[in-house]
Design a protein around this ligand. Structure first.
Ligand code: NAD
Length: 245
Protein backbone atom coordinates (compact mmCIF):
# COMPACT_ATOMS: atom_id res chain seq x y z
CA UNK A 1 0.00 0.00 0.00
CA UNK A 2 1.07 3.59 -0.69
CA UNK A 3 0.15 6.52 1.54
CA UNK A 4 1.02 10.10 0.57
CA UNK A 5 2.19 12.65 3.13
CA UNK A 6 3.15 9.83 5.47
CA UNK A 7 6.11 11.34 7.32
CA UNK A 8 3.87 13.07 9.87
CA UNK A 9 0.32 13.71 11.05
CA UNK A 10 -2.61 11.68 9.73
CA UNK A 11 -0.48 10.04 7.02
CA UNK A 12 1.98 8.74 9.58
CA UNK A 13 -0.86 7.25 11.62
CA UNK A 14 -2.27 5.63 8.46
CA UNK A 15 1.11 4.10 7.57
CA UNK A 16 1.38 2.76 11.12
CA UNK A 17 -2.13 1.26 11.10
CA UNK A 18 -1.48 -0.60 7.83
CA UNK A 19 1.94 -1.86 8.98
CA UNK A 20 0.41 -3.05 12.26
CA UNK A 21 -2.21 -4.86 10.17
CA UNK A 22 0.54 -6.74 8.29
CA UNK A 23 0.79 -4.63 5.11
CA UNK A 24 3.99 -3.47 3.45
CA UNK A 25 3.90 0.30 3.20
CA UNK A 26 5.34 2.80 0.71
CA UNK A 27 5.84 5.96 2.77
CA UNK A 28 5.61 9.07 0.62
CA UNK A 29 7.20 12.39 1.56
CA UNK A 30 8.16 15.55 -0.30
CA UNK A 31 10.98 17.05 1.76
CA UNK A 32 11.15 14.97 4.95
CA UNK A 33 13.41 12.09 3.95
CA UNK A 34 14.82 11.67 7.44
CA UNK A 35 11.40 11.47 9.13
CA UNK A 36 10.14 9.07 6.45
CA UNK A 37 13.18 6.81 6.81
CA UNK A 38 12.90 6.82 10.61
CA UNK A 39 9.24 5.82 10.30
CA UNK A 40 10.11 3.07 7.80
CA UNK A 41 12.69 1.66 10.24
CA UNK A 42 10.31 1.82 13.21
CA UNK A 43 7.26 0.16 11.62
CA UNK A 44 6.49 -3.46 12.46
CA UNK A 45 7.06 -5.94 9.63
CA UNK A 46 9.46 -5.95 6.66
CA UNK A 47 9.58 -4.55 3.16
CA UNK A 48 8.44 -0.98 3.84
CA UNK A 49 9.89 1.61 1.50
CA UNK A 50 10.19 5.40 1.11
CA UNK A 51 9.16 7.30 -2.03
CA UNK A 52 9.52 11.03 -2.75
CA UNK A 53 7.37 13.33 -4.88
CA UNK A 54 6.06 16.85 -5.14
CA UNK A 55 2.40 16.00 -5.71
CA UNK A 56 1.93 19.19 -7.72
CA UNK A 57 4.27 17.71 -10.36
CA UNK A 58 2.59 15.05 -12.56
CA UNK A 59 5.94 13.45 -13.51
CA UNK A 60 6.88 13.15 -9.84
CA UNK A 61 3.49 11.55 -9.10
CA UNK A 62 3.94 8.96 -11.82
CA UNK A 63 7.46 8.10 -10.62
CA UNK A 64 6.15 7.83 -7.04
CA UNK A 65 3.34 5.40 -7.91
CA UNK A 66 5.39 3.31 -10.33
CA UNK A 67 8.32 3.23 -7.88
CA UNK A 68 6.08 2.11 -5.01
CA UNK A 69 4.48 -0.61 -7.16
CA UNK A 70 7.86 -1.85 -8.32
CA UNK A 71 9.36 -2.03 -4.84
CA UNK A 72 6.26 -3.53 -3.22
CA UNK A 73 5.70 -6.02 -6.04
CA UNK A 74 2.36 -4.46 -7.09
CA UNK A 75 -0.05 -1.93 -5.63
CA UNK A 76 -3.24 -2.93 -3.81
CA UNK A 77 -4.08 0.27 -1.88
CA UNK A 78 -3.52 3.98 -2.55
CA UNK A 79 -4.30 6.49 0.18
CA UNK A 80 -4.30 10.08 -1.09
CA UNK A 81 -3.67 11.78 2.25
CA UNK A 82 -1.20 14.65 1.63
CA UNK A 83 -2.64 18.12 1.41
CA UNK A 84 -1.95 21.80 2.01
CA UNK A 85 -3.87 24.48 3.80
CA UNK A 86 -2.84 28.14 4.05
CA UNK A 87 -5.45 30.75 5.00
CA UNK A 88 -6.42 32.95 2.02
CA UNK A 89 -9.47 35.09 2.94
CA UNK A 90 -10.74 36.89 -0.18
CA UNK A 91 -10.90 40.28 1.55
CA UNK A 92 -7.32 40.23 2.87
CA UNK A 93 -5.41 38.47 0.08
CA UNK A 94 -3.72 40.27 -2.82
CA UNK A 95 -4.74 39.23 -6.34
CA UNK A 96 -1.29 37.71 -6.94
CA UNK A 97 -1.45 35.76 -3.67
CA UNK A 98 -5.00 34.65 -4.51
CA UNK A 99 -3.73 33.15 -7.82
CA UNK A 100 -0.88 31.46 -6.01
CA UNK A 101 -3.05 29.90 -3.29
CA UNK A 102 -5.68 28.60 -5.71
CA UNK A 103 -3.07 27.02 -8.02
CA UNK A 104 -0.99 25.50 -5.24
CA UNK A 105 -4.04 24.19 -3.38
CA UNK A 106 -5.76 22.66 -6.40
CA UNK A 107 -2.47 21.25 -7.79
CA UNK A 108 -1.66 19.56 -4.49
CA UNK A 109 -5.04 18.60 -3.04
CA UNK A 110 -6.97 17.72 -6.18
CA UNK A 111 -4.79 17.25 -9.28
CA UNK A 112 -2.11 15.38 -7.32
CA UNK A 113 -4.61 12.75 -6.09
CA UNK A 114 -6.28 12.62 -9.53
CA UNK A 115 -2.92 11.87 -11.16
CA UNK A 116 -2.01 9.34 -8.47
CA UNK A 117 -5.33 7.57 -9.12
CA UNK A 118 -4.66 7.43 -12.87
CA UNK A 119 -1.25 5.84 -12.26
CA UNK A 120 -2.42 3.49 -9.48
CA UNK A 121 -5.37 2.16 -11.50
CA UNK A 122 -2.92 0.75 -14.07
CA UNK A 123 -1.23 -1.31 -11.36
CA UNK A 124 -4.47 -2.31 -9.63
CA UNK A 125 -5.97 -3.61 -12.87
CA UNK A 126 -2.87 -5.77 -13.36
CA UNK A 127 -3.57 -7.50 -10.04
CA UNK A 128 -7.33 -7.67 -10.54
CA UNK A 129 -8.52 -5.03 -8.05
CA UNK A 130 -7.61 -2.60 -5.32
CA UNK A 131 -8.65 0.23 -3.04
CA UNK A 132 -8.35 3.99 -3.31
CA UNK A 133 -9.06 6.07 -0.23
CA UNK A 134 -9.00 9.87 -0.36
CA UNK A 135 -8.59 12.11 2.67
CA UNK A 136 -10.96 15.03 2.22
CA UNK A 137 -12.08 17.47 4.94
CA UNK A 138 -14.94 19.12 6.76
CA UNK A 139 -13.93 22.08 4.58
CA UNK A 140 -15.75 20.40 1.69
CA UNK A 141 -19.06 20.89 3.50
CA UNK A 142 -18.64 23.92 5.73
CA UNK A 143 -17.58 27.49 5.19
CA UNK A 144 -14.61 29.20 6.84
CA UNK A 145 -13.47 32.64 5.68
CA UNK A 146 -9.88 31.51 5.10
CA UNK A 147 -10.40 28.40 3.02
CA UNK A 148 -12.22 28.92 -0.29
CA UNK A 149 -9.61 27.10 -2.41
CA UNK A 150 -9.06 24.45 0.26
CA UNK A 151 -12.80 23.77 0.56
CA UNK A 152 -13.17 23.66 -3.22
CA UNK A 153 -10.25 21.25 -3.54
CA UNK A 154 -11.76 18.89 -0.94
CA UNK A 155 -15.28 19.09 -2.42
CA UNK A 156 -13.64 18.22 -5.75
CA UNK A 157 -12.00 15.22 -4.12
CA UNK A 158 -15.40 14.01 -2.86
CA UNK A 159 -16.89 14.32 -6.34
CA UNK A 160 -13.90 12.65 -7.96
CA UNK A 161 -14.19 9.72 -5.55
CA UNK A 162 -17.83 9.17 -6.43
CA UNK A 163 -17.16 9.23 -10.15
CA UNK A 164 -14.17 6.90 -9.86
CA UNK A 165 -16.14 4.50 -7.64
CA UNK A 166 -18.65 4.09 -10.46
CA UNK A 167 -15.96 3.82 -13.15
CA UNK A 168 -13.74 1.36 -11.30
CA UNK A 169 -16.18 -1.01 -9.59
CA UNK A 170 -16.26 -3.26 -12.67
CA UNK A 171 -12.50 -3.72 -12.25
CA UNK A 172 -12.75 -4.69 -8.59
CA UNK A 173 -11.44 -1.31 -7.43
CA UNK A 174 -13.39 0.35 -4.60
CA UNK A 175 -12.96 4.10 -3.97
CA UNK A 176 -13.97 5.81 -0.74
CA UNK A 177 -13.36 9.10 1.01
CA UNK A 178 -13.00 10.21 4.63
CA UNK A 179 -13.76 13.81 5.56
CA UNK A 180 -12.30 14.56 9.02
CA UNK A 181 -13.15 17.54 11.14
CA UNK A 182 -10.32 19.09 13.12
CA UNK A 183 -7.45 16.72 13.89
CA UNK A 184 -4.49 17.51 16.15
CA UNK A 185 -1.57 17.75 13.68
CA UNK A 186 1.01 20.29 12.51
CA UNK A 187 -1.60 21.64 10.06
CA UNK A 188 -3.92 22.79 12.86
CA UNK A 189 -1.48 23.27 15.73
CA UNK A 190 -1.42 27.10 15.69
CA UNK A 191 -5.16 27.35 15.07
CA UNK A 192 -5.99 25.03 17.95
CA UNK A 193 -3.69 26.96 20.29
CA UNK A 194 -5.37 30.27 19.40
CA UNK A 195 -8.52 31.68 21.01
CA UNK A 196 -10.56 29.83 18.37
CA UNK A 197 -9.20 26.50 19.67
CA UNK A 198 -11.62 26.35 22.61
CA UNK A 199 -14.56 27.09 20.31
CA UNK A 200 -13.49 24.34 17.92
CA UNK A 201 -13.13 21.78 20.73
CA UNK A 202 -16.51 22.80 22.16
CA UNK A 203 -18.22 22.04 18.84
CA UNK A 204 -17.92 18.36 19.72
CA UNK A 205 -19.76 16.94 22.75
CA UNK A 206 -16.44 15.20 23.53
CA UNK A 207 -14.89 18.68 23.87
CA UNK A 208 -11.78 17.80 21.90
CA UNK A 209 -10.54 17.36 18.34
CA UNK A 210 -9.68 14.04 16.69
CA UNK A 211 -6.45 12.12 17.15
CA UNK A 212 -4.73 11.08 13.88
CA UNK A 213 -5.13 7.41 14.89
CA UNK A 214 -8.93 7.80 14.82
CA UNK A 215 -8.84 8.84 11.16
CA UNK A 216 -6.30 6.11 10.37
CA UNK A 217 -8.58 3.42 11.83
CA UNK A 218 -11.38 4.40 9.44
CA UNK A 219 -9.01 4.45 6.47
CA UNK A 220 -7.67 1.03 7.43
CA UNK A 221 -11.20 -0.36 7.65
CA UNK A 222 -12.04 1.08 4.22
CA UNK A 223 -9.20 -0.99 2.76
CA UNK A 224 -10.49 -4.22 4.33
CA UNK A 225 -12.39 -6.83 2.29
CA UNK A 226 -15.59 -6.15 4.24
CA UNK A 227 -15.61 -2.50 3.19
CA UNK A 228 -16.00 -2.97 -0.56
CA UNK A 229 -19.66 -1.93 -0.13
CA UNK A 230 -18.53 1.42 1.24
CA UNK A 231 -17.28 2.31 -2.25
CA UNK A 232 -18.51 5.75 -3.33
CA UNK A 233 -19.14 6.99 0.21
CA UNK A 234 -17.77 10.07 1.94
CA UNK A 235 -17.45 9.33 5.65
CA UNK A 236 -17.86 12.44 7.78
CA UNK A 237 -15.58 11.92 10.84
CA UNK A 238 -16.45 14.77 13.15
CA UNK A 239 -17.07 13.47 16.68
CA UNK A 240 -20.70 14.65 16.51
CA UNK A 241 -19.59 18.25 15.94
CA UNK A 242 -22.02 20.64 14.24
CA UNK A 243 -25.13 18.65 15.24
CA UNK A 244 -26.38 20.87 18.05
CA UNK A 245 -29.26 23.14 17.17
P1 NAD B 1 0.19 17.79 7.87
O1 NAD B 1 0.47 19.18 7.44
O2 NAD B 1 0.85 17.27 9.08
O3 NAD B 1 0.48 16.77 6.68
C1 NAD B 1 0.31 17.11 5.34
C2 NAD B 1 1.35 16.34 4.54
O4 NAD B 1 1.17 16.65 3.15
C3 NAD B 1 2.78 16.72 4.91
O5 NAD B 1 3.54 15.55 5.07
C4 NAD B 1 3.25 17.53 3.70
O6 NAD B 1 4.65 17.40 3.44
C5 NAD B 1 2.46 16.86 2.58
N1 NAD B 1 2.37 17.73 1.42
C6 NAD B 1 1.85 18.98 1.35
N2 NAD B 1 2.02 19.46 0.11
C7 NAD B 1 2.65 18.51 -0.62
C8 NAD B 1 3.10 18.42 -1.97
N3 NAD B 1 2.95 19.42 -2.85
N4 NAD B 1 3.71 17.29 -2.36
C9 NAD B 1 3.87 16.27 -1.50
N5 NAD B 1 3.48 16.29 -0.23
C10 NAD B 1 2.88 17.41 0.21
O7 NAD B 1 -1.39 17.73 8.01
P2 NAD B 1 -2.43 16.56 8.34
O8 NAD B 1 -3.39 17.16 9.26
O9 NAD B 1 -1.74 15.29 8.70
O10 NAD B 1 -3.15 16.44 6.92
C11 NAD B 1 -3.30 15.23 6.20
C12 NAD B 1 -4.54 15.35 5.31
O11 NAD B 1 -5.69 15.46 6.14
C13 NAD B 1 -4.55 16.59 4.41
O12 NAD B 1 -5.07 16.26 3.14
C14 NAD B 1 -5.50 17.53 5.12
O13 NAD B 1 -6.11 18.44 4.24
C15 NAD B 1 -6.47 16.54 5.70
N6 NAD B 1 -7.27 17.05 6.83
C16 NAD B 1 -6.65 17.48 7.96
C17 NAD B 1 -7.44 17.97 9.02
C18 NAD B 1 -6.84 18.48 10.29
O14 NAD B 1 -7.59 19.07 11.10
N7 NAD B 1 -5.55 18.28 10.57
C19 NAD B 1 -8.83 17.98 8.90
C20 NAD B 1 -9.42 17.53 7.73
C21 NAD B 1 -8.61 17.04 6.71
Amino acid sequence: MLVTGASRGIGRAIATAFAEGGDRVAIHHRDSAQLAEELRDSLPGDGHTVVRADLADPDDVRAMVDGAAERLGGLDVLVNNAGVYTPHPITDTSYEQWQHEWRRTLDTNLLGPANACWCAVRHMRERGGGRIINVSSRGAFRGEPGQPAYGASKAGLNAMGQSLAVALGPYGIAVATVAPGYVATDMTNDHLKSARGDEIRAQSPFNRVARPEEIAAAVHWLASPAAEWASGTVIDLNGASYLRT
